[in-house]
Design a protein around this ligand. Sequence first.
Ligand code: SF4
Ligand code: MG
Length: 338
Amino acid sequence: MNNILEVKDLKVSFHTYAGEIQAVRGVTFNLKKGEALAIVGESGCGKSVTSQAIMRLIATPPGEIKSGSSILFDGKTDIVKLTDKEMESVRGSEMGMIFQDPMTSLNPTMKVGAQITEGLIKHQGLSKQAARERAIEMLRLVGMPNPEARIDQYPHQFSGGMRQRVMIAIALACNPKLLIADEPTTALDVTIQAQIIDLMRDLQEKTGASIIIITHDLGVVADIAQRVVVMYAGKVVEQGSVDDIFYNPQHPYTWGLLRSVPRLDNDEKEPLVPIEGTPPDLFAPPKGCAFAARCPYAMEICLESDPEIENVSAGHSAACWLLHPNAPKVERPVEVGG
Ligand code: SF4
Ligand code: MG
């Protein structure tokens, strides 16, 4: 079994007084063992909800993972079908999660050491002393200076970057097979962001954990991921290797994303081009391509019918009518080639 995760036709809705929000509308992707995959897209595209579904952190109700969805973990477990109790044990011992804001995900009233050892004692059956030693080792691993003293401090005694290191230590303490990081650096300033990404890349190499990193920042993607899933309005619009996405992107939304981020090789300091308009209302998704209202290439068919996912090359696919053999050839707005 080469894949640690196989997400198939994942659909997640939220039931509200105003109606059903179709937050994730049929997402399919695989994650190989030891691979780092980035899920990118604007806020509200369903990337966080997808990761929460994988961790089974969707509150039901109001949330609902629709029937027909499957999330195969490590070749055997369908996450969707586990009981809450079974899932709690998987989360505590086989998956780790890092959130955007470490201050809200750490418990302010508990010493950080206790927060790292909690899972070790509960899910791995370590003694208090062994768990404490492991916690110190984890803090050292994530680059915390003086871990023997820091372990007895509270979250507010740490800087933002150091708190995120504590979160990473907690997530990795149980030696998870899968680490999910949702916008792990968004709340941090730029230099600290780079340090945290470096750290995550290092740790991935050291531990061999598979990583899903959720981000709107394509700079982060290039630094850490091998593969990219681009989401728009609850669907995957393109996926491929980092090279596919950066140098041979096929979907107009991916083109827009690439033009809206600063490029490291951009010596001319070209102005960034934000994608105009807003994503569709997921209470009532449009019947055709969800990107049509913002797409400069939209054709009549785009408004009528949702494009199928087409294979571009091995591991690279996109859902756009421009990939149809009869579609007009359009000039790509982004530079292609390394
Ligand atoms: Fe644009 Fe049509 Fe492609 Fe959608 S299917 S991204 S509207 S060209
Ligand atoms: Mg989010």
